[in-house]
Write a protein of this length. Structure first.
Length: 258
């Protein structure tokens, strides 16, 4: 059963994403007072994709020669704040749905303005809680329906086909079978709609007792099959971590075209 994690904002964390021949490191994160920030190390925002097989490790390779900072907020910061934010941040999280514990989405219609300020994007869609998934059949239908909604919202906002839409998985630990059914349906429907699927999930180790541990990103990888799925893993337990990367001189996130 998945464990409900505390709200992620406000936090600051290091992001690691690697290609299919590489491995992921755990991503420790310290607390921060004003926003949830993330550090994209050595990959552009359009390359937030890693295709497994991969393995979560404790040790990390050396830091990259170039890195990018991004910001993440549930509430849109306001048009006037964008020039100030752009002085520090290269990309931002962008919600296609109401964020967790919210009933409205204040990011709607802001992509074009952010793009004009040369921001890249981490495209997000709020995932369900386990208690919302009542059966395998209902979970599959919900995954299909919500992926279709995400794709329609992405298209309306102007995000091109093949952009990665990350499902925000708010629970950590081992996810129940119904959640994996939902995820498989989510990935399949996004692919049919012309978009790529991703998950924004926990990279923290959860002790299940009797010497058994589980990491949500690993649990998803072990149940997703051969589907193409991108992973954005976070760890807000033990700060800080330099992260690591494959590419040494990546293009800026604003050049991603997303």
């Amino acid at each position: 059963m998945g464990v409900r994690l505390p709200p992620r904002a406000p936090l600051i964390f290091n992001l690691l994403l690697m290609n299919c021949s590489q491995r992921i490191a755990k991503l420790p994160t310290p607390k921060f007072d004003s926003a949830l920030l993330f550090l994209l190390l050595g990959v552009s925002a359009c390359s937030l994709c890693l295709s497994f097989p991969a393995k979560i490790l404790v040790q990390q390779p050396s830091a990259p020669s170039q890195s990018y900072l991004g910001f993440y907020l549930n509430t849109y910061p306001g048009d006037a704040a964008l020039p100030v934010l752009r002085k520090t941040f290269s990309f931002g999280g962008y919600w296609l749905s109401p964020p967790p514990e919210s009933k409205q989405n204040t990011w709607v219609g802001k992509r074009r303005l952010m793009l004009s300020k040369n921001f890249g994007f981490l495209i997000l869609y709020n995932g369900p809680l386990s208690r919302e998934l009542k059966s395998s059949g209902q979970s599959g239908k919900k995954g299909t329906s919500e992926a279709a909604n995400a794709a329609a919202a992405a298209k309306k906002e102007g995000f091109p086909s093949h952009a990665i839409i990350f499902l925000d998985v708010e629970e950590g630990g081992r996810l129940p079978a119904n959640y994996h059914t939902y995820l498989r349906a989510w990935v399949d429907e996004l692919a049919r709609a012309g978009y790529r699927a991703g998950v924004y999930c926990s990279g923290m180790t959860v002790d299940e007792g009797n010497g058994v541990t589980i990491i949500t990103a690993d649990d998803i990888r072990n149940n997703i099959g051969r589907r193409d799925l991108a992973y954005f893993a976070f760890n807000d337990f033990c700060p800080p971590a330099p992260g690591c990367t494959v590419r040494q001189n990546p293009p800026p996130p604003s050049a991603s075209g997303i």
